[in-house]
Design a protein around this ligand. Structure first.
Ligand code: ADP
Ligand code: MG
Length: 344
């Protein structure tokens, strides 16, 4: 189904404006991620869509052509997955997955068939009879997903479903989830504060800050064409190069940089992969840190801009801490964004 929110906002009883009037459309089968720092309103927006939270007057929520704004959660046919798996610990995997179907009073044969289908999809067959307490965190999260999908919801909502898992497992499950969601062929909204997770899973990412969606686009689009310093920093860790702009020249502590356009009134951003350590580069700085990361080194360099800037260095050998080095940054890799484009 398609989801459409118009002018949807939430002010909590204590006056907190958790969500400012927001418009959002999600296409059929599209997977959209709500990405933003803690407290920016992601969960509030998700709970409003689910029907767990009543939005302010003037808000409208559409599931296809149905206005569901006043519809209670149990009639919206949404599936939900949370960080805390909220499974029934004393019941088996099979019973957990079948729970929602039982509540719908489906015939037993139908429940069995559907649970088997979902068990297979989520590769949980070997654990069907196990108690939840005998599963790992990753397996539990897969059960939670299977349980959410079994009743064939119109919409799947996931709120930081991987946050409770340790880092290595999180990465595996992230890729697995990206595949599964597409296999389910369901419209889904995936909430996260982790940019890598959002980029790996979503077709489109809506970046949120202080109760607003500040930019929405494909992962590539957000990465390459951020429209605010907040998005540039949050998606892909772009670093500000603060200096004095004079037309297309930017005077920094470590030298002068050529800009792709007039830089007056703009903040210039660069990403670590675009900072090249090169013999005759026009900028000069000092190596502060060298971190070996297997596929590359991450070099922290002081003296170029007011803050230390990072460079991704993929050579076999790296400079040493304390070395003076030269750096080049291609003008076309720089991003110029209006000063104070965002309050975040
Ligand atoms: P996120 O999920 O992005 O971390 P939330 O939607 O949970 O953000 O919260 C958004 C803002 O609303 C925060 O400032 C939070 O403290 C506030 N908030 C959340 N729930 C309530 C509530 N029940 N009453 C008052 N304020 C709330
Ligand atoms: Mg939250």
């Amino acid at each position: 189904m398609t989801l459409r929110l118009t002018h949807t906002a939430k002010t909590y009883p204590d006056g907190t404006e958790a969500l400012l009037p927001t418009d959002l459309s999600v296409g059929k089968g599209e997977i959209v991620s709500l990405l933003g720092p803690s407290g920016c309103g992601k969960t509030t927006l998700l709970r409003i869509i689910a029907g767990l939270e009543t939005p302010d007057a003037g808000s409208d929520i559409w599931f296809d052509d149905d206005n569901v704004t006043a519809l209670p959660v149990e009639r919206r046919q949404v599936g939900m997955v949370f960080q805390s798996y909220a499974l029934f610990p004393n019941m088996s995997v099979r019973a957990n997955i079948g729970y929602g179907l039982k509540m719908q009073r489906l015939p037993k044969s139908e429940i069995d068939a559907r649970v088997t289908e979902v068990l297979e999809m989520c590769q949980l067959q070997p654990f069907a009879a196990r108690a939840i307490t005998a599963l790992s965190g990753g397996q539990r999260q897969r059960v939670a997903l299977a349980r959410a999908i079994a009743p064939r919801p119109r919409l799947l909502l996931l709120d930081e479903p991987l946050s409770a898992l340790d880092a290595s497992l999180r990465e595996i499950l992230r890729d697995e989830l990206a595949v599964l969601l597409r296999e389910f062929d369901i419209t889904a909204i995936f909430v996260t504060h982790d940019q890598d997770e959002a980029m790996a899973i979503a077709d489109r990412v809506a970046v949120m800050s202080h109760g607003r969606i500040v930019q929405s686009g494909t992962p590539e689009d957000l990465y390459r064409n951020p429209t605010s310093s907040f998005v540039a920093g949050f998606v892909g860790n772009a670093m500000p190069l603060r200096g004095k702009a004079d037309g297309t020249k930017l005077h920094l502590n470590g030298g002068t940089l050529t800009l792709p356009m007039d830089g007056v009134g703009q903040t210039v951003f660069v990403r670590a992969e675009d900072v090249q350590i090169i013999k005759n580069g026009p900028l000069r700085g000092k190596v502060e840190t060298v971190t070996f990361l297997g596929t590359h080194y991450r070099i922290g360099i002081s003296g170029i801009a007011s803050d230390t800037i990072a460079s991704i260095h993929s050579g076999q050998v790296a400079p040493k801490v304390g070395d003076t080095i030269n750096v080049s940054i291609k003008p076309e890799t720089l991003m110029l964004l209006p000063d104070e484009a965002d309050v975040a």
